[in-house]
Ligand binder design. Structure first.
Ligand code: NI
Length: 200
């Protein structure tokens, strides 16, 4: 090929690469629904309620239904975990494709033992995950979860505090990618139908 043709060829190849790259980047960033939710989730390394180190890879092949919270939560967490449990029960055998996961945002108090006692109140297959403060910060960041220690009430003991936290329920696919979310307050029937629509 003469050098001029070579140059034009190279420019065309470069342009195609740029356009394709930009398109792929746009799709990843915006996601099919235009919501940016394709960016939710990612790798994590945490400790389960039996003290075993687990990563997101251990859950491949199953849907993960993930809620972030803390065992001392007076109302939001227990009621959401009850709704998750009831929905999975309603799904029957189809529910077996879904792994319910509770991730603490209060690693200071939520040790594996504390998580074990707590998750036993909910679905029998529920996994409770904790970790170091850094582990938890990393997974919360990946899932865009906000959490912070609430201002302690006057005269409260040092270990006596509440946590503010996001209350979104996430459904991740068997490949680990974000599928959909449910907002706090979604009732059992709506959640059951929403899950059935995906896993069946
Ligand atoms: Ni809570």
């Amino acid at each position: 090929m003469p050098s001029r043709q070579k140059l034009i060829f190279a420019i065309v190849v470069l342009l195609i690469a740029m356009v394709t790259g930009a398109g792929a980047l746009w799709l990843t960033r915006v996601g099919p629904g235009g919501s940016g939710e394709a960016l939710i989730g990612g790798p994590f390394a945490l400790t389960d309620q039996n003290g075993k180190r687990v990563t997101d890879q251990d859950f491949r092949g199953k849907y993960m239904l993930i809620f972030f919270g803390f065992t001392y939560c007076p109302d939001v967490c227990p009621s959401e975990l009850q709704v998750m449990t009831a929905a999975l029960d309603q799904l029957g055998p189809a529910g077996d494709k879904i792994q319910p996961v509770f991730i603490t945002i209060d690693p200071e108090r939520d040790t594996p033992d504390a998580m074990k006692l707590y998750v036993a109140n909910f679905h029998p297959r529920m996994v409770g995950l904790t970790g170091s403060p850094d582990d938890i910060a990393a997974v919360a960041k990946a899932y865009r979860v906000y959490y912070a220690k609430a201002k302690a009430s006057e005269g409260a003991a040092p270990g006596d505090y509440l946590m503010d936290h996001s209350t979104i329920l996430y459904l991740m696919g068997p490949d680990g990618r974000f599928v959909k979310h449910f907002t706090y307050g979604t009732d059992v029937k709506t959640l059951t139908d929403g899950l059935r629509g995906v896993v069946q």
